[in-house]
Write a protein of this length. Structure first.
Length: 361
């Protein structure tokens, strides 16, 4: 799925002469060059675009892959780092205004390019050129996201049969990872969250050696990456009979999630969707216990635009795929979070999840 022409069409060539794309998800989206960068400071390459030229800059590790996966690009190989080739392209193509992604370009590379070029070139940060286009998924992308979610839901059901009293959070997390990988996924979409009892009051708790007990909340947040596209879902369960406090917290979170999903229609502001769900919690005794945003986009990355939060104001459009995941977190007791994936449609929205493992209180 190549979007090179779409990116070039949306680029503001009156404002700059060339743009450097260095975020690896953006590179994949634009070129088809399928890489994953796991380490801070590690890079697999860059895309250098002008109005009529397209270059993929990488090192020898990826030369064959780049030429195979990105045939619409001229592949240039660097040996000592990208700054020499980048500087050469800027000079050879007489680039006067050079745009770059400030969120992804390393300062060390940026400084080296500036040192080589001097004051002859104006460097302009350009954010969200690719991300804004990535927000709208086509039918193929939605199909890939749905397939990833179906795998995640199958593994969740397997996990429900596996989990039991006395097992540790780490053991459950490892079971999830093993099942997702054996199910055909490229990888986990993110490290699974398995948080029990008081640990579930931490939205991004890391699975530990704590043994899962009966009657307490257990938050399971999991996702797979399949054919490059991610899924993300959260369920909160309780082994044996839930306590009255669990029932009350859970019912309020489910009520808030339902309200948030009902609010998703094309044209609504993302902050208003957040408000629809958050108000349900803030009108209860649990006001102030929902600290994070309501959701986020999902695609090549688990967390991408648009964001749904009280300080976000992005208009939702058909083709966007978002999560709706309210939560209530009570220190010392635990928490409840419920997360579904939702596609914005022409007339409203479609919940992509088919798993309905929810308590009815």
């Amino acid at each position: 799925m190549l979007r090179l022409d779409l990116i070039k069409k949306n680029a503001d060539w009156d404002a700059y002469d060339a743009i450097l794309i260095s975020g690896w998800e953006n590179m994949r989206y634009v070129s088809g060059f399928d890489v994953i960068e796991h380490q801070i400071g590690e890079t697999s390459g860059y895309l250098f675009l002008t109005g009529n030229k397209s270059f993929l800059l990488t090192d020898s590790r990826y030369e064959a892959q780049a030429k195979s996966e990105a045939p619409g690009f001229e592949t240039l190989i660097y040996k000592q780092g990208p700054d020499e080739i980048l500087s050469g392209l800027i000079k050879d193509l007489a680039i006067k205004v050079f745009a770059y992604e400030p969120e992804y370009l390393f300062c060390s590379v940026f400084n080296k390019i500036q040192d080589r070029i001097g004051a002859d070139v104006n460097f302009v940060p350009v954010s969200n050129l690719v991300e804004d286009i990535r927000m709208i998924k086509d039918k193929v992308e939605i199909g890939l996201i749905t397939a990833s979610l179906e795998l995640t839901e199958r593994v969740f059901q397997d996990t429900m049969h596996f989990i039991r009293e006395g097992i540790t959070e780490k053991e459950v997390a490892w079971f999830i990872e093993k099942q997702i990988r054996e199910g055909g996924a490229d990888s986990l979409a993110f490290p699974s969250i398995v948080a029990s009892g008081p640990n579930s009051a931490m939205p991004h708790a890391m699975p530990g050696e704590r043994k899962i007990k009966a009657h307490e909340p257990v938050v399971i947040d999991m996702g797979s990456q399949l054919n490059g596209y991610c899924s993300d879902m959260t369920r909160t369960i309780c082994l044996k009979e839930p306590t009255e406090e669990f029932r009350n917290v859970y019912a309020r979170v489910k009520f808030a999630q339902d309200a948030g999903i009902r609010a998703v229609i094309p044209g609504i502001k993302s902050s208003d969707v957040d408000k629809a769900a958050r108000s349900i919690i803030d009108e209860s005794p649990f006001k102030g216990r929902f600290g994070h945003g309501l959701g986020h986009g999902v695609g090549l990355a688990t967390h991408e635009a648009p964001s749904l939060g009280p300080n976000r104001s992005i208009k939702l459009l058909p083709g966007m795929v978002i999560t709706v995941e309210p939560g209530i977190y009570i220190p010392g007791w635990g928490g409840v979070r419920l997360e579904n994936m939702v596609q914005v449609t022409e007339n409203g929205c479609l919940v992509l999840n088919r798993d309905e493992t929810f308590y009815e209180f």
